[in-house]
Design a binder for this molecule. Structure first.
Ligand code: 9WO
Length: 244
């Protein structure tokens, strides 16, 4: 997969050189490059922003340098969708990420200031994506969230490929609780079933916890799903124990 990010601050993305994303980059599962609109300014001050028409606080990213930057990216990745990270976009879910990960090429546009000139959105942006209902100082952190989530979907990105299936949301349910040594910590024990080594019992306990937590915390997710007979029975058990 090839991603070009249009950004005034490519250094921010250095954080992706650590951990799972760092290994994916090193192994060339993903090619990540940057184009800076400031490199497409033609005035002596290299200005990328200007005052908003109609007045008001703050500045707007000028259209010309952004236009040239996006066109340069499109010439490198002709089949790429151009995606603008903004709070006005559709809110992403794991499904959108999985779909995005099947694309060969993506161009991500990270805005700054109060936003980009709307004519860029009209002419060059194919989709607007939001990572949640809050405002950041710029699109870079949102782009990094998207890149990290995409990388996890690429085959070969995880040390143990089985762990992807276990990811919360891949299954549409919340994760079950995790424990490791020591057996007693801060006077708290580990659930007995996890110590006994009965794998079928452990699987059932984990599914029950996942269902129970999703019921308690994210009823919206549970309502989108059809439960198997066994899952319904496990959830009934959880609800019974919870309410007594
Ligand atoms: C809103 C706003 C309201 C009053 C005054 C100034 C204001 N600026 C903004 C605003 O949305 N600024 C954005 C900052 C411009 C585009 C880049 N920025 C951004 C992207 N903030 N948050 C995101 C973002 C992207 C994806 N998902 C969540 C948030």
């Amino acid at each position: 997969m090839k991603i070009i990010v249009i950004t005034l601050f490519p250094e921010i993305f250095n954080a992706l050189n650590s951990g799972i994303s760092g290994r994916a980059l090193k192994n060339n599962l993903l090619t990540l490059t940057f184009i800076n609109p400031r490199d497409f300014t033609h005035d002596p001050y290299h200005r990328v922003d200007d005052r908003p028409y109609g007045g008001g606080p703050g500045m707007v990213l000028k259209p010309e340098p952004l236009w040239e930057a996006i066109m340069a990216a499109k010439s490198q990745l002709p089949s790429a969708k151009v995606i603008y990270l903004s709070p006005q976009g559709k809110t992403l879910t794991q499904k959108h990420i999985q779909n995005g990960a099947s694309q060969k090429e993506i161009i991500l546009v990270a805005g700054r200031y109060e936003g980009i000139d709307e004519r860029i959105v009209t002419m060059l942006i194919d989709e607007e994506w939001s990572i949640g209902d809050y405002v950041l100082s710029g699109g870079e952190l949102a782009a990094m969230v998207v890149i990290d989530a995409l990388i996890r979907c690429l085959p070969g990105s995880l040390g143990d490929e089985a762990s992807r299936e276990q990811d919360s949301f891949t299954s549409g349910l919340l994760d079950y609780p995790h424990y490791t040594r020591p057996e007693i910590f801060a006077k708290m024990t580990v659930p007995e079933v996890l110590l006994r080594g009965n794998h079928q019992a452990i699987q059932r306990w984990r599914m029950k916890q996942s269902l129970g937590r999703t019921w308690l915390r994210r009823l919206d997710l549970l309502k989108q799903r059809l439960l198997s007979q066994e899952q319904q029975a496990l959830l009934d058990e959880f609800m019974q124990e919870y309410t007594e």
